[in-house]
Design a protein around this ligand. Structure first.
Ligand code: PLP
Length: 226
């Protein structure tokens, strides 16, 4: 299957999942995850109309954004080291998905002040409490929000999570459902807090069923990474 065919298939599945969940597919943002994918193949997705792309390495993101069209909306989805923050604050970057600690928030604030910029971010959650995963645990969220409130250069747009690494559909749905409940609690009264980024190639339909409005899909579009 070509990248173009894969995109049609993924879009169809998003459409179906959205319909089942009772929402319009227009309300679900597809992020095409382009890590390790070369520019020529990314352009095939671009020509199919995709504009929202996600990278997980700062170096790779910087290289690609120089070469690729300027109307691409870039998302940084991977763990972000504080010493890389100064490279990423610029106009092309739309959303950081992986705000997972106060130290990173402080660095983002500092760098934004320096550049007179703002940054939009999602707070990464680890609701399933998997030791291998970064992200805030549920009991840490309240305190984190309280502290980040003072950092006026950071616009927190919602939450991001990575589903559990299992084939157990019920377990996956359970984690997504729980993340949605936390999202639903925190969004009330917060203007502009409206993004729930969850679901990857293996579980984006489950994520949409449980209320995701942003999905990050790589291999289902570009094929397996080696
Ligand atoms: C790699 C990655 C994805 C996409 O993974 P696929 O399984 O290839 O769809 C999504 N989110 C994050 C955080 C990733 O690192």
């Amino acid at each position: 299957m070509s990248i173009a065919q894969n995109i049609v298939l993924v879009q169809q599945k998003i459409e179906n999942a959205a319909q089942k969940a009772g929402v319009s597919a227009d309300c679900i943002q597809l992020i095409a995850v382009t890590k390790t994918v070369d520019e020529e193949r990314i352009m095939q997705a671009y020509h199919k109309g995709l504009r929202h792309f996600g990278e997980n390495r700062v170096q790779e993101f910087l290289r690609k954004k120089e070469i690729l069209p300027k109307d691409i909306a870039w998302n940084l989805i991977g763990q972000l080291q504080t010493n890389k923050v100064r490279y990423i604050i610029d106009d092309n970057l739309v959303l950081v998905h992986s705000l997972d600690r106060l130290e990173l928030a402080n660095e983002l604030q500092k760098e934004c002040l320096k550049k007179d910029a703002y940054v939009q971010a999602l707070v990464q959650l680890n609701i399933s409490n998997e030791a291998s995963k970064s992200g805030l645990h549920e009991h840490e969220i309240e305190d984190f929000f309280c502290r980040v409130q003072a950092l006026d250069r950071i616009r927190i747009r919602g939450f991001m999570t990575i589903g559990p690494n299992t084939d157990d559909e019920k377990e996956i749905r359970g984690v997504f459902a729980k993340t949605w409940r936390v999202f639903d609690t925190y969004r009330s009264g917060k203007a502009g807090f409206d993004i729930l980024s969850m679901g990857m190639s293996g579980d984006y339909e489950a994520a949409i069923a449980e209320g995701a409005n942003m999905v990050r899909v790589g291999s289902a579009i570009f094929g397996d990474r080696d």
